[in-house]
Design a protein around this ligand. Sequence first.
Ligand SMILES: [Zn+2]
Length: 165
Amino acid sequence: MQLPTAKQMYPKALRKEPRDSQRQKLYDAERANGLWTRWDNHRLETVALMQAYANALFTHPDIRAKYGIHVRKFVEVKDGRRCRRALGGRDWVKMPRWSRSKAVLCHELAHSITTRLYDNGVAAHGAFFCEAFLDLVKVGMTADYYEALRDSFDKGGVRYRGHEK
Ligand SMILES: [Zn+2]
């Protein structure tokens, strides 16, 4: 007997998260126009520095006002040893040495917020994620960096919400 596939067993709404179709566009936009190099001007080398930065973001009045209970619990910053990639889960982020900049941390924390808000109901790097990423960059980095990232999203066709010019 052949086992039913997930597609046959579950209605569409219960299946795995939507296809992460915007990921490559986002990665490209993060690196376009020298932005990637500029990330490295905002390094946070230690777990303690990253944790303090993450906590400050989650207690920022604008972030609190918008995300409420979803940012009440701090995200634990882990050192990411044995990890090649930086990772963002619901309640933790893993930050290997290469990744320890404010911008990468904002990216991973945006995964935490997106997961808390939508579980796996939205694409990992979709419009909701990009909105949260821009929200964190806006309060956590310089205005010119925020504007450069947002412009890069626009030029690269990266969808996000709620950041009017
Ligand atoms: Zn990501």
